[in-house]
Design a protein around this ligand. Structure first.
Ligand code: F6R
Length: 245
């Protein structure tokens, strides 16, 4: 695990953009793993700017997002499909059919289980993920792999922890239905990516970052599993790194 500490959140986004552009421009069939949430928005803005500056094209790129809510349609404003369209896909030349977000738009558990298996299959068929972008939850989650998730877990249905539901409340209107379930890549799925880049910014993430990097390998801090990955980079701003010894 390599840890990089940069002065600001802006520098973190620039570093992440350099890594993504490098994968796109050096791999014949680049496969990107993408995340949602507040942290990667600056990265996606930077990628859109670089695309407009003709630094790269997304024509050969295939993408797989980490997770999607169960219980809201993928057309819902707060779905992760809609997030990706809004911040990245609709601004670049990626082919629609090459963008994958877990399909979680069903109430039928068997349909969801099948969808999770298909997702694993599609990642394999694409040749595996070259670079997986991650954020980290306040409780140390990656994707929606909440504390106690197995390090061997695969794409599956997961119940969101209370702390995640509270943290994500800000995205939903007062009184609006907020999902408590998601379909998420597993920790085992994430660890199979050829390289991983976890971005964390801001003081609020400092405890989780410390547990991920300096704590023991523990299912109570799912991100600590990245200690096992030979090509994992953790890129932090000074606030997120502030509790590291
Ligand atoms: C999003 C995801 C989550 C977020 C994490 C941090 O696809 O998988 O693990 O990366 O909750 O979210 P932010 O960046 O909003 O603090």
């Amino acid at each position: 695990m390599q840890v990089i500490i940069l002065p600001s959140a802006h520098d973190v986004a620039l570093y992440a953009a350099d890594r993504v552009v490098d994968v796109i421009n050096t791999k014949p069939n680049p496969v990107l793993g993408l995340a949602t949430g507040s942290t990667p928005i600056a990265l996606y803005k930077e990628l859109v700017a670089r695309y407009h500056a003709k630094e790269m094209s997304f024509r050969r790129v295939v993408s797989f997002n980490l997770d999607e809510y169960i219980g809201i349609a993928d057309t819902h404003q707060q779905s992760y499909r809609a997030f990706m369209e809004r911040y990245l896909f609709e601004h670049i030349d990626i082919f629609d059919e090459n963008t994958h977000v877990p399909i979680a738009d069903s109430q039928d558990v068997n349909v969801l289980k099948r969808s999770a298996q298909d997702y694993e299959e599609w990642i394999l068929q694409a040749g595996g993920i070259d670079l997986q972008i991650l954020g980290i939850g306040l409780n140390g989650h990656i994707g929606f792999n909440e504390p106690t998730s197995s390090f061997a877990s695969r794409t599956r249905i997961k119940t969101l922890s209370e702390s995640t539901v509270v943290a994500n409340k800000r995205f939903f209107e007062e009184g609006e239905y907020q999902p408590h379930l998601a379909l998420t890549m597993g920790i085992g799925t994430i660890l199979e990516s050829k390289s991983v880049l976890l971005m964390a910014t801001g003081k609020a993430k400092a405890e989780a970052v410390k547990a991920m990097i300096e704590g023991p390998l523990s299912a109570m801090c799912p991100a600590s599993a990245l200690q096992l990955h030979e090509a994992a980079t953790i890129v932090l701003d000074e606030d997120a790194a502030s509790l590291l010894t």
